[in-house]
Design a protein around this ligand. Structure first.
Ligand code: GDP
Ligand code: MN
Length: 379
């Protein structure tokens, strides 16, 4: 689950990370009154689940509160990477001497949190990573010991020669790590971490992604979810109890079980196709789940063919067949559907499908190849 900057800021602040005070607004008038209250120059920042807001015109300095009103009016309602801005953050502006990057991710390859820092922070960090990766220093953290002070200081000294600044940055890295662990984050990032013209080290941006599994035991974090800022298909899937991740390909996949879903996606790729999604309809697949799955997948205009891959164990294949039939009665499925099913109640399922003139395959390879070919022909 991605958090907005203003939400991430409050988690980092709770961990002690220093940053300028600010407030969120949903209207230009609100932004204006926050700016008036803060006094002086402020920054108006679009709150959307996307990076690169600065470059997209979603971060603007305002010298007066009426200028804050104007910028907020322009930024609210703006679309950044397809996401509509519904809130802006208003914070006092800071004079920046230098911009650094500090980020933590859960790295699946090294199987531990990895801290990444760079003195070349700011809006071009992606380009730095792509063209001069040697400017990014990495440290894998053993979660048993956490981020040890001397390791943090070692990294901080790659950011600042000034010892006081380095010590401040090291403290912030440890606070960032504490917030990362305390909130079950898969990513926590400060970009830019700035050194102000007064010599202070401050976080001017905050980004946190919380591992969805953390939300079960942390209702306080789950409350931070902003469904209006998420992909509509992912919201619909979550409501329907489906594990769904939208991807960019054209073969829609409806599978039971996460492992089989991943194997199916691998096979789609193996045969030269691109999966449009990951979707696990779960163990006990009542027909309604299948109807919801089909509705969500057919709403994606990239999808040119749909592949069912059902291995009936606890899942009864006749439930799935009934779901497919119910869905085709409820709405028109415009793209070809390839069904592979085998296992529990297979004969019943085949009869149900035959009843509406549909066929099913039992071989996974063949089904995947057919779906990939059909999608390619339609594209
Ligand atoms: P992002 O582009 O979505 O990552 O948004 P950021 O919050 O990182 O803002 C982008 C850029 O705006 C920063 O790298 C800064 O250069 C600039 N910026 C943000 N806040 C301030 C501020 O208080 N003062 C000044 N001078 N620039 C700021
Ligand atoms: Mn940023």
């Amino acid at each position: 689950m991605n958090l907005h900057e203003y939400q991430a800021r409050s988690l980092l602040r709770a961990a002690g990370v220093p940053m300028p005070d600010g407030d969120v607004a949903s209207s230009p008038a609100e932004a204006e009154s926050i700016a008036a209250r803060l006094g002086g120059v402020v920054v108006i920042k679009a709150q959307v689940h996307a990076g690169g807001r600065g470059k997209a015109g979603g971060v603007k300095l305002a010298k007066t509160s009426s200028e804050a009103y104007e910028h907020a009016a322009r930024i609210l309602g703006m679309s950044i990477k397809g996401l509509e801005v519904q809130k802006v953050l208003v914070v006092p502006a800071v004079g920046i001497a230098s911009e650094a990057y500090v980020g933590l991710i859960l790295d699946r390859e090294s199987q531990c949190p990895v801290l990444m820092v760079s003195a070349a922070g700011g809006v071009d960090i992606e380009e730095v990573a792509a063209t001069t990766p040697e400017k990014i220093h990495r440290l894998a953290i053993d979660p048993r010991y956490g981020l040890l002070p001397h390791r943090a200081l070692g990294l901080a000294l790659t950011l600042y020669e000034d010892f006081a600044a380095a010590r401040a940055a090291a403290g912030i890295m440890q606070q960032l790590y504490a917030a990362f662990v305390a909130n079950g984050a898969s990513l926590a990032e400060i970009n830019p971490l700035v050194r102000t013209s007064m010599g202070q080290v401050l976080a001017l941006d905050a980004k946190i992604s919380v591992d969805d599994n953390e939300l079960e035991r942390r209702p306080d974090l789950a409350m931070l979810r902003d469904e209006s800022a998420e992909a509509p298909s992912e919201v619909a899937a979550r409501r329907a109890g489906l594990t769904f991740i939208k991807l960019d390909g054209n073969v829609g996949c409806i599978v039971n079980g996460a492992g089989l879903a991943m194997a199916t996606m691998d096979l789609v790729k193996y045969y030269g196709g691109e999966p449009a999604n990951f979707l696990d309809i779960g163990g006990s697949s009542n027909p309604e789940k299948v109807v919801n799955a089909l509705r969500i997948i057919t709403a994606d205009s990239n999808v040119k063919a749909i592949l069912f891959n059902i291995f009936g164990g606890i899942t009864r294949t006749d439930d799935v067949a009934n779901g497919i039939v119910a869905a085709t009665k409820e709405f028109h499925v415009k793209v070809p559907v390839v069904i592979r099913l085998t296992g529990t109640n297979e004969q019943v399922a085949l009869k149900i499908l035959e009843g509406v003139g549909m066929r099913a395959l039992s071989d996974m390879d063949e089904a995947v190849r057919q779906a990939v070919t059909l999608a390619r022909e339609a594209a």
